[in-house]
Structure formats: structure tokens, C-alpha cells
Ligand binder design. Structure first.
Ligand code: GTP
Length: 359
């Protein structure tokens, strides 16, 4: 059964299923993995049935994806292997526990396969499923990955995700802001400095249109800079954060803007954010007016946010989604949207935030 929130203005994940289906699926996945471990068969093994066995056999003559005989360049394979290690090597199963969730393809089993010998014919590479809406692309992929056919579990896939990258010095609150947006929670004890880069997908509904954002949380630490630079070029939008309680992070914004100029596309959407606006005046080292002035200098919209209270968090992402939609990157261009006006009209001052009032 497909569940889509009634409130069209709300944020929602892109693919839904009901809690019982989730529970059943988790149990089946556990059974499946247990069988896999004992029999050595499974998605790619000779003992499984269906699409998985016909496409994903482990013999050296079988090709898990792509055309027979196709050999991706070794460089590309090395890159994908590296990406898998970086993005999927954390064994993070937390997201399996909630009933309302969004699938990433790695969550539906693509990475259940046993370790393969590096860089041979069985290594995955990119394959794109194309075809009209409703022909069964998502079901096909899920069947291939899990061996299951899930009738009616999926809502329509929403285009290809637009890339939003979060930047700023280490400790400014990028991860907390993303978690607040993605999960609606503040995790003060979640503070483990980001290593390299990580992402979450989230769909934002803008005037009835579903805009899928792929949000990349980068490591603020200098030593990861060369990794994160490689992602800048694909960015449609950037959220550039400083910490209002740490003047150095504000002073470094100019350097960040320089990097952005060097590595991103010219039309990238940038929003400047002063985070931790919940902190008291005695803790504050950067006035709101300073943030506004810097933003004016660089002609970018500005807002103060708090991952702790949720102040302006949804606004930051919805401003980006609206601007990208308006530019025609997603479903047409009405040409009337002005991100500066939108942010100015919708920004909440700290005193106006209901959550802040209750603090
Ligand atoms: N008071 C307050 N603290 C915050 C807020 N956002 C984050 N923090 C705290 O700031 C610290 C750093 O937060 P992170 O989200 O890990 O910072 P980051 O920018 O992702 O850091 P790196 O991963 O090292 O780049 C944590 O202790 C958070 O609890 C906020 O809005 N208000």
C-alpha cells in the first residue's frame, strides 16, 4: 500500500510502505540473509531463483549488470569500489527500524552480496533503468536485489535527485542540521566528526511538485578537503554554514566562498547560514547583522538557524528546492521566484520560533 502524507506542504520521503510490510520485509530479509550465510547462495548464487540468479551468477562467465562482454575501465571500477567503501561501509542499520522510511538502493539488498574479488567481471558498475512511469523499474530493481516482488509498495520515483552540499568549518553543525531536517530530531550526542562525506535523500513538496534532494554532509576538517572537492562540481546548491558562537568559522566563510568559486558550477545556488542561533547572547560571537552584511556582499540569501530548536531548518532546504525548481531544473520554470525575497519573508527571528519560546 502506498502512503503519501495528506499535507502537500510537508516534507516526505520518496518511497513509502506501511509498518506491517516493513516488519514482514525485515523478517524476510533476516531469513534470507541467514539462508545466504549458510548456503552460500543468494542474489548472485547458483541456488537462487528469478532475476537474481539469471543475471547475477557468480561464475566468471556471468555478468551481474550490463551487456555480456562489457568491461568498465579499471579506473571506473576502482572509483566505484572506493565509493562503496566510503558510502556503504558503515554497516548503519538504524534506518531499518522505523515504519516510515525511504529506500536507498543499498538498503534493499544490493550490498548484501558477499565480498567479490576486486575488479573482475562481477564488480558492479552503473546501470540506469529507463522507461515510462509505471512500467515497473523500481519493482524490477527491488526484485533483482531482494528476490521479492512488493505489490503496490512504491510511490512514483521523483526524477533524479538534485544535489545539495553542506559546507563549513568542522563543528558548525552541518550533521546536526541535516539530521534535524531528515529526522526532525536534534542529536546533541551524535557529535562524531564527519569522515569524508555522507548523504541523505529527502523529498520536498514545492507547490504540489515533489523535488528530490540528495543532501551531502561534508567533513569540515581540512584533511578531508581533497575528497569533498571532487563532489563540488555536481552540486546544484550549497548550504554554507558558520557557527554564531565561533567567530573563526565566520571569518573563514570568505575562504569557503573562494573554494566554491574554484570548484563549483557558476550557477550553483548558495545559502549562507549562521547556525546555533539558539545560543544565548553571552555565547554569541557573531551578530546577526554581520551575517546579513556578508551575505549582501556576496549576493547570497542569509538566515540564522538552530539544529537544536529547528529554527529555520526547513526554510533552508525549501528555499533551495524552490529556487532549483524555479530555475527549470525540475518540471518547468515559472520565472517569478526570488530566493532573497522568499528567505526574507519566511525567516523566523529567534523570538518568533514556537520551539524557542518553550525553551
Ligand atoms: N546549541 C547548538 N549546538 C549545536 C547546534 N548544531 C550543532 N550543535 C553542536 O555542535 C557540535 C558539532 O555539530 P556537528 O553537526 O557534528 O558539526 P559538523 O559541522 O557536522 O562537524 P564536522 O563533521 O566535523 O564537519 C555538536 O556538539 C552539536 O551538538 C545548534 O543548532 N545549537
Amino acid at each position: 500500500m502506498s502512503h503519501i502524507p495528506d499535507d502537500a506542504s510537508s516534507m516526505s520521503d520518496d518511497v513509502f510502505e506501511d509498518p506491517e510490510t516493513t516488519q514482514r520485509r525485515l523478517e524476510e530479509t533476516a531469513r534470507y540473509r541467514a539462508n545466504y550465510a549458510t548456503s552460500g547462495s543468494g542474489l548472485g548464487g547458483g541456488g537462487s531463483s528469478g532475476i537474481g540468479s539469471s543475471l547475477g551468477g557468480s561464475s566468471s562467465n556471468a555478468y551481474s549488470t550490463g551487456y555480456p562482454g562489457y568491461r568498465p575501465p579499471v579506473k571506473a571500477l576502482q572509483m566505484y569500489a572506493l565509493e562503496d567503501a566510503v558510502f556503504h561501509g558503515d554497516g548503519d542499520d538504524d534506518e531499518y527500524e522505523d515504519g516510515w522510511r525511504s529506500y536507498r538502493y543499498d538498503e534493499v539488498g544490493m550490498y548484501c552480496q558477499p565480498p567479490q574479488p576486486p575488479f573482475d567481471d562481477t564488480v558492479n558498475h552503473k546501470t540506469i533503468l529507463l522507461g515510462d512511469s509505471g512500467v515497473g523499474k523500481t519493482s524490477f530493481l527491488v526484485k533483482y536485489n531482494t528476490g521479492e516482488f512488493r505489490l503496490g509498495s512504491f510511490s512514483a520515483t521523483v526524477g533524479i535527485a538534485l544535489t545539495v552540499i553542506m559546507l563549513g568549518d568542522s563543528g558548525v553543525g552541518k550533521t546536526c542540521l541535516l539530521i534535524r531536517f531528515y529526522d526532525g530530531k536534534y542529536m546533541p550526542h551524535y557529535y562524531i566528526t564527519t569522515v569524508g562525506i555522507d548523504y541523505r535523500n529527502k523529498v520536498v513538496v514545492v507547490d504540489g511538485t515533489r523535488v528530490k534532494l540528495q543532501i551531502w554532509d561534508t567533513a569540515g576538517q581540512e584533511r578531508f578537503r581533497s575528497v569533498t572537492h571532487t563532489y563540488y562540481r555536481d552540486a546544484h546548491a550549497l548550504l554554507l554554514l558558520y557557527d554564531v558562537t565561533n567567530k573563526t568559522t565566520y571569518d573563514n566563510i570568505r575562504a569557503w566562498l573562494g573554494e566554491i568559486r574554484d570548484y563549483t558550477q557558476d550557477d550553483v545556488v548558495i545559502v549562507l547560514i549562521g547556525n546555533k542561533a539558539d545560543c544565548s547572547n553571552s555565547e554569541r560571537q557573531v551578530k546577526r547583522e554581520d551575517g546579513e552584511r556578508l551575505a549582501r556582499e556576496h549576493n547570497v540569501p542569509f538566515m540564522e538557524t538552530s539544529a537544536k530548536t529547528g529554527l529555520n531548518v526547513e526554510l533552508a532546504f525549501s528555499a533551495v528546492a524552490r529556487q532549483l525548481k524555479c530555475r527549470g531544473t525540475v518540471n518547468g520554470d515559472d520565472g517569478k521566484f526570488n530566493v532573497h525575497d522568499y528567505v526574507r519573508d519566511n525567516t523566523q527571528a529567534r523570538t518568533m520560533c514556537a520551539q524557542c519560546k518553550s525553551m
